[in-house]
Design a protein around this ligand. Structure first.
Ligand SMILES: Nc1ncnc2c1ncn2[C@@H]1O[C@H](COP(=O)(O)OP(=O)(O)OP(=O)(O)O)[C@@H](O)[C@H]1O
Length: 208
């Protein structure tokens, strides 16, 4: 059986006294792509935050790479969370944001020039991220994530703001990432996008 990267057993989370997650189970192995779906407010982002070690479960077990996820540098060397828009570095261009990631992570998966082309940002390389469109900023967030080496991608609505053509390209990139041995867990509202990645779907139900 494939090595499990994530094991979630009977997880419960309450926020401000309201049950958000209850009895959630999930196992993710190398090469898996899992799409977490469900209505607004059902707890998809909360589950991703549990997997990222940002939201401790009230009860139950969460294990990522054989230990409880911890918000520390060892953990983030293997794991990438793409959620809310990152804080951009004032004064740095699109290309410089990517070069920064490239410089910090010695074994980048792609060269900066290549990733600018793949993510359709070559024509915007000298612009400041805040001056990009919503979809272009999302492309840059994903480009910075996929540039660096990792073993697990946690993606909160990665399709947000992306046009149909780029959604298909991203689906292919995620499929290739998983085929190379990585694992992906993503919250999404786009079932066509989820199907394009051949993701296993899990549907969260309201806890209350
Ligand atoms: N700090 C908090 N205190 C109380 N309730 C919270 C807090 N943060 C989030 N919630 C509630 O938790 C629930 C789950 O939120 P979450 O963002 O995980 O949902 P989601 O499934 O990702 O939603 P969406 O599809 O809209 O992105 C929501 O009802 C939200 O109002």
């Amino acid at each position: 059986m494939a090595e499990s990267i994530i094991v979630v057993r009977d997880v419960r989370v309450e926020l401000s006294g309201t049950p958000i997650l209850r009895g959630v189970d999930l196992t993710v192995a190398r090469g898996d792509i899992v799409a977490v779906v469900g209505v607004n407010g059902v707890g998809k982002s909360t589950l991703l935050r549990c997997l990222a070690g940002i939201q401790p479960p009230g009860s139950g077990e969460v294990s990522v790479f054989d230990r409880p996820p911890a918000d520390d540098s060892d953990f983030w060397r293997d794991v990438i969370l793409v959620g809310d828009e990152p804080a951009w570095y004032p004064g740095l261009t699109v290309r410089e944001h990517l070069e920064l990631m490239h410089a910090v992570h010695r074994s980048s998966r792609l060269e900066v020039g290549t990733i600018l082309e793949v993510f359709g940002l070559a024509g915007r390389r000298d612009m400041a991220p805040p001056t990009l469109s919503t979809g272009q900023r999302q492309r840059l967030s994903l480009a910075m994530a996929l540039l660096r080496p990792s073993r697990l991608l946690l993606l909160d609505e990665p399709e947000r703001g992306l046009d149909a053509t780029f959604r298909r390209r991203l689906a292919t990139m995620l499929t290739e990432y998983a085929a190379a041995g990585g694992a992906v867990v993503m919250a999404t509202h786009d079932l066509d996008f989820a199907r394009a990645t051949h993701a296993r779907q899990i549907t969260l139900e309201a806890a209350a």
